[in-house]
Design a protein around this ligand. Structure first.
Ligand code: KIV
Length: 279
């Protein structure tokens, strides 16, 4: 049985840390499931990490569905008896153009992929109305505040909520998301003290990235942790230099293929067999 959103709440209530990693296909989903994470996010960061776009904006709903189905197959194969909670990001402009369109987009995620929840960014009044509608229709929603990459042309990739006014605004927005029915909240690239305060204040799990160690859980983009991305966020250092490791291994293979063929080995000489015993 895959994990459900309520399992994350139970982990928070029990004081157990929550781990979330992104995946973009069957291979990466199997690897992160093998690592034992609680939840797998098919994040729209795949636009940059995997599809080569400069921002998350161009990725389409069709592409997210395609990658989410692949990730779901990877999870089913890797952890058939207890797979992590699978969450899929709603991409830019799939939930900002009216309630009906937003509900239809989230519905497609749940109907056409094995994901059991969607994530979306922001807490504008229209977004809160959309979340309320989705939750009342049976669709679990994860919120996302702080650095919200779909607003890169307004916010950049800078740390958010640096001054008291924007901190107070973020507090209000976080409470509003909980009120609207979000089952969890991602806080990205904000001061650690604020993220810790909100983790204590909110009943729903707060999952941080670049938001200090005081959150209920942590989420990371797997390609960042593995050192595979070309633009490493400063708040998410790599665990290994995956590009260098993979490049070196593959380069060695290429060199081996191009190496001049070694002369054929001489056939092994058979040791003289002992004389057959006479019966
Ligand atoms: O798209 C993504 O990978 C995300 C994480 C950074 C939380 O939203």
């Amino acid at each position: 049985m895959p994990l459900r959103p309520a399992d994350l709440t139970r982990r928070k209530q029990a004081g157990l840390p929550i781990t979330v990693l992104t995946a973009w296909d069957a291979l990466s989903a199997a690897v992160v499931a093998g690592a034992g994470v609680d939840a797998v996010l098919v994040g729209d960061s795949l636009a940059m990490a995997v599809l080569g776009h400069a921002t998350t904006l161009p990725v389409t709903l069709e592409e997210m569905l395609h990658h989410c189905r692949a990730a779901g197959r990877g999870l089913a194969a890797a952890a058939p008896n207890g797979s992590p909670l699978l969450i899929c990001d709603l991409p830019f402009l799939t939930y900002q153009c009216g309630l009906e369109e937003a509900l239809a987009a989230a519905g497609r995620v749940l109907k056409e992929t094995p994901a059991v929840a969607v994530k979306l960014e922001g807490a504008e009044p229209e977004t809160l109305a959309v979340i309320d509608r989705m939750v009342r229709s049976g669709i679990p929603v994860m919120g996302h505040l702080g650095l919200t990459p779909q607003s890169v042309h307004q916010l950049g990739y800078r740390r958010q909520a640096g001054d008291p006014v924007s901190q107070e605004r973020l507090r209000r927005r976080a409470l509003a998301l909980q009120e609207a029915g979000c089952f969890a909240l991602v806080l990205e690239h904000i001061p650690a003290e604020l993220a810790t305060e909100l983790s204590l204040r909110l009943a729903i799990p707060v999952i941080g990235i670049g938001a200090g160690d005081g959150c209920d859980g942590q989420v990371r983009v797997t390609a960042d942790l593995l050192g595979l991305t070309s633009r490493q966020p400063p708040f998410s250092p790599p665990l290994v230099d995956g590009r260098a490791i993979a490049g070196e291994a593959l380069g060695r293979w290429v060199r081996e293929q191009r190496a001049p063929a070694a002369p054929p080995a001489a056939p092994p000489t058979r040791p003289a067999s002992p004389a057959a015993p006479h019966c």
